[in-house]
Design a protein around this ligand. Structure first.
Ligand code: ITT
Length: 220
């Protein structure tokens, strides 16, 4: 598999050849500081039989503070390019996610990472003590940059509720308090969580895009 190559078309016009499929695995670079995300995404790629290898790269970059996680993800991807943290022609993706709690007007949302570090699951349960409306959703945005400053985003959402207590020991972050279908994400295996989760939904869209680009082969 070649990441990208240029080839001369019949009329001498240069055509871009993207993601030409060969026998070997396609490598996709995933930039994140979160090992759990890598584990989930590797499992997803494997389950989709996509012949894609997820290469993990840990590079530090500042995350802008903004309510819209799609905007955050896109800006971060552009920043990574601008600073030359990956090669100019090297395709990569990042993923930004957040927990949005209905009764708290969508808090912590884009600030989930900070809030989790500050108050954890116990803090969220305290904020919701006595609150009947437990509706919440997780949102995930995959931002893929094939090259240069081009960025394409893929969004996944899962609606659930905040449990009344911490349950389960798998997963990470808010998994032990996020309930879907009667179980928390921390009571599910990686595969069970991926089947319904925000990240699973966003990543399947992303992989389908990659695979269809590969099968089309020629892109103008
Ligand atoms: P990056 O380096 O990829 O940014 P991160 O952990 O900082 O890793 P985010 O900025 O996307 O990730 O922060 C999202 C936070 O929301 C994350 O730290 C968790 O606390 C929480 N979160 C996101 N997805 C989750 C999931 O699937 N299960 C539980 N908590 C999740």
């Amino acid at each position: 598999m070649e990441k990208e190559e240029k080839e001369k078309g019949k009329g001498g016009r240069r055509k871009k050849m993207r993601f030409a499929i060969g026998g070997s695995k396609m490598k996709l670079l995933f930039i994140t500081s979160n090992e759990h995300k890598v584990r989930e995404i590797r499992d997803l790629a494997l389950k989709m039989n996509a012949n894609i290898e997820i290469e993990h790269l840990r590079v530090a970059y500042p995350e802008i503070q903004h309510e819209d996680i799609e905007f955050v993800a896109e800006s971060s991807a552009k920043f990574i390019r601008k600073e030359g943290l990956v090669g100019e022609e090297e395709p990569f993706f990042i993923e930004d996610s957040g927990l949005f709690i209905h009764a708290l007007n969508g808090f912590p949302g884009a600030f989930s990472s900070y809030v989790f570090k500050k108050i954890g699951n116990e803090g969220i349960l305290k904020l919701l003590r006595g609150v009947e409306d437990r509706r919440a959703l997780f949102k995930s945005v995959v931002a893929f940059s094939p090259k240069g400053f081009v960025v394409k985003t893929f969004v996944g959402v899962v609606e659930g509720r905040i449990a009344s207590e911490i349950r389960g020991s798998a997963g990470f972050g808010f998994d032990p308090i996020f309930e879907f279908g009667g179980r928390t994400f921390a009571e599910m295996s990686v595969a069970e969580k991926n089947a319904v989760s925000h990240r699973g939904r966003a990543f399947r869209k992303f992989l389908n895009f990659i695979l269809s680009s590969a099968s089309m082969r020629e892109v103008d």
